[in-house]
Design a protein around this ligand. Structure first.
Ligand SMILES: *Cc1c(COP(=O)(O)O)cnc(C)c1O
Length: 408
């Protein structure tokens, strides 16, 4: 396996990108880039020069000079590099959870206002907890009904499942672009079309998609999307999220957290709220400028490599992980809980074994770092630009070692 990994690393056209990331002696294999991306070396200098430059030297003047524009300027960069979105539709703000709330509310309120019978929201039972919790809260707040779809084991929601539940009563369909458990990629194009045929809007949670798979939101006529920047965009812990709101909806949808920073004229100190034009209206309070810094280094790196090449590396990494798991782990009762077809697989795979909770504790002690998802899933997240094939082989061989050693 080590030999095969070395061959794959030698043939990897993106191998030189590994040097762009901070590496510490202490980490044997980092297999959780899908939860928190590694820092980039360039980020050290960016953060230090921010203290002495824009912040320390320009002080309050920097708001006018660059920071006021940052949420939409950075949003446009994410849109161009990762989302297939033209400028003016993406903004950086808040957390994914808060942006989900704003967009779900904005979407259902607009739908109910224009079509009073549209009082249902379609969501899946395997969606990430925050998505389910937010939509439950909005449903309670607005008197809406939730239509739950249950995806297949190891899979994600299909277009046929969505077709079976949408109707003239559907306001919104809320789904994830990649299932956080199985890693399966949803058919964004087909599902969006099915929802539109029923007159519903679609909101895609792209937390696991952005920076790992190629996205074409404009081309697929996606209505709304949100996503994290601390996973495959390496923005650092708690980096702000992004929201995409298609231009055609910008006059019609209005988010509920009306703050001064999303107002038409921020410093007019007006008596009443008047929303800004365009996607800027999604902002509420002062933009988290410091939190926006690290992701800029990753976006520059992804743009240099190109999303198509990033996706090819991602597919090769997960294919190799499946190969290693088949060879070293399948014989010990480990089951692959992700698609075998790389075309529908994102950048992580999930392995299942009843002992994985205890195994994960020991792996972390040995500095092999995947994550555990109950009840028995070990997620192997392979951030394409920062993960080598050798790291996959080493990490999974330690998993095999721990799994087959006697445990207290
Ligand atoms: C990671 C993740 C989130 C996280 O939301 P936060 O508000 O950043 O905590 C939301 N949705 C999905 C699908 C995720 O994978």
């Amino acid at each position: 396996m080590a030999q095969r990994a070395a061959e794959l690393d030698a043939a990897d056209p993106l191998a030189s990108y590994l040097d762009a990331f901070v590496r510490t002696e202490g980490v044997v294999a980092y297999l959780d880039g899908n939860s928190l991306g590694r820092p980039l070396r360039a980020t050290r200098e960016r953060l230090a020069s921010f203290v002495d430059g824009a912040w320390g030297d320009r002080l309050i003047r920097a708001w006018d000079e660059e920071w006021m524009a940052a949420p939409t300027e950075l949003g446009d960069t994410i849109g161009r590099v990762c989302l297939g979105a033209t400028a003016g539709q993406t903004v950086v703000a808040d957390s994914t959870t808060v942006l989900l709330y704003k967009l779900v509310r904005a979407a259902v309120d607009a739908q109910v206002r224009d079509h009073p019978g549209r009082t249902e929201v379609v969501v899946d039972t395997d969606n990430f907890p925050t998505d389910r919790f937010v939509v439950e809260g909005v449903a309670a707040e607005r008197g809406l009904e939730l239509r739950w779809v249950t995806p297949d084991r190891d899979g994600t929601v299909t277009a046929d499942q969505v077709r079976a539940v949408v109707s003239e009563r559907t306001a919104l369909v809320l789904l994830s672009g990649i299932a956080y458990k199985s890693g399966q990629i949803a058919d964004v194009a087909a599902i969006t079309q099915v929802a539109h045929e029923a007159g519903a809007l679609v909101l895609w949670d792209l937390c696991h998609s952005v920076g790992s798979v190629e996205l074409t939101l404009d081309a697929h006529e996606v209505d709304l999307a949100v996503g994290c920047t601390y996973k495959y965009l390496n923005g650092g812990p708690g980096a702000p999220a992004f929201a995409y709101l298609a231009e055609r909806h910008q006059g019609r949808l209005r988010q509920p957290v009306q703050g001064w920073m999303g107002a038409a004229d921020v410093f007019a100190m007006a008596e009443h709220y008047q929303p800004a034009d365009g996607v800027r209206q999604l902002i509420s309070g002062t933009p988290p400028i410091v939190g926006m810094l690290p992701m800029r280094d990753m976006l520059a790196l992804i743009e240099r490599a190109g999303m198509a090449a990033v996706r090819r590396k991602s597919t090769a990494l997960t294919a190799f992980a499946v190969e290693v798991a088949d060879e070293l782990l399948a014989g010990h009762g480990v089951r692959l809980a992700s698609p075998r077809d790389p075309e529908v697989r994102g950048s992580h795979i999930t392995l299942e074994h009843p002992d994985f909770r205890a195994v994960t504790v020991e792996l972390w002690e040995r500095s092999v770092i995947p994550d555990f998802r109950p009840p028995s899933g070990l997620r192997i997240g392979l951030s394409p630009l920062s993960t080598s094939f050798a790291e996959v082989a080493t990490g999974l061989s330690v998993v095999a070692d721990v799994l087959t050693s006697p445990r207290a």
